[in-house]
Design a binder for this molecule. Structure first.
Ligand SMILES: Nc1ncnc2c1ncn2[C@@H]1O[C@H](COP(=O)(O)OP(=O)(O)OP(=O)(O)O)[C@@H](O)[C@H]1O
Ligand SMILES: [Mg+2]
Length: 277
């Protein structure tokens, strides 16, 4: 299905918050803390994080550099262990890397010697999933991401934005319950970033994946998020969780409206009072 069709199909939907109000919990953090023990002594990266994320939610996390955003993502992915509190996914306390997950990093991290389609299919091969149905899904995702004409291209032939689109398709091809994104658009120019914001929204609405989207950008956080978690400077705590009660699909022009400005203004005020801005 093309993005335009997906957006049209979503035209009648209200805010995702209305849809998710009865959804079961996917991710639960109870007083989660993380202390690293380095050469310079202990570093408190995260302190007493309380967070409940229902299935299907798009949750943005915004905060200054060093406040523990990547640490939070690594804990949720099971790549790091909590040092305090309890973190569970689908009701199970995590004690190994999560497998039902897709991750998008700041850099696309594609295999230079594999084509676009083969980079996406790598996820399927590593997981030993049946090739045919997942190949069809990979083609569908790449088409929805505007890459249908580049299936046989190599990463060196793609722009930064296109590479990031491939990594998004790779992260979603196996239908993970949870999509983790760590500043996926930060290396992109403003126009490419805007387009990806719109396409990402359409994709997430169509896929109904639960998404944890980490960003430095107040605008991206509010545009994409059902809620925005605003973090304090280190040690990272949650300053506030803001419900973004704006209907979807959200057009880019929404960012120019007073309602949107109220949300971004509120986040900015939190950062100002924490001495970040
Ligand atoms: N493996 C580690 N060992 C020791 N300290 C670490 C380790 N990983 C992160 N830290 C520290 O924990 C804090 C949080 O780091 P983290 O990378 O989570 O921040 P961040 O919010 O993602 O920052 P940025 O926005 O710059 O990516 C930082 O002070 C960092 O130096
Ligand atoms: Mg980080």
């Amino acid at each position: 299905m093309q993005l335009a069709t997906i957006i049209k199909a979503q035209d009648t939907l209200g805010p995702m918050s209305a849809k998710r109000s009865n959804a079961p919990t996917l991710l639960d953090c109870e007083r989660v803390s993380k202390i690293y023990h380095g050469r310079q002594g202990p570093v408190i990266a995260l302190e007493e994080i309380d967070l409940t994320v229902p299935r299907g939610e798009f949750l943005s996390v915004v905060g200054p550099s060093g406040c523990g955003k990547t640490t939070l993502l690594n804990l949720v992915a099971g790549l790091e262990r909590v040092t305090g509190g309890r973190l569970s996914v689908s009701g199970e306390v995590l004690n190994a890397p999560l497998t039902d997950v897709g991750i998008v990093f700041q850099d696309a991290t594609l295999m230079d010697w594999r084509t676009v389609l083969d980079n996406v299919m790598l996820q399927v091969e590593v997981r030993r999933l049946p090739v045919e149905p997942y190949r069809a899904r990979a083609l569908d995702l790449l088409s929805n991401l505007g890459l249908e004409g580049f299936l046989d291209a190599y990463p060196s032939q793609l722009s930064g934005g296109m590479k990031q689109r491939v990594s998004i398709a790779r992260a979603l091809v196996h239908k993970p319950s949870l999509l983790l994104m760590d500043e996926p658009f930060s290396a992109l120019d403003a126009l490419t970033r805007d387009k990806l914001n719109v396409d990402m929204q359409a994709l997430c609405l169509a896929e109904e994946t639960t998404t944890l989207f980490i960003t430095h950008s107040i605008t991206d956080a509010a545009f994409l998020g059902d809620r925005v978690v605003v973090m304090t400077p280190r040690p990272g705590r949650i300053a506030e969780i803001i419900d973004i009660d704006l209907p979807r699909p959200r057009p880019l022009a929404l960012r120019e409206t007073p309602q949107f400005g109220e949300y971004t203004g509120r986040i900015r005020t939190i950062f100002e009072s924490a001495g970040v801005l």
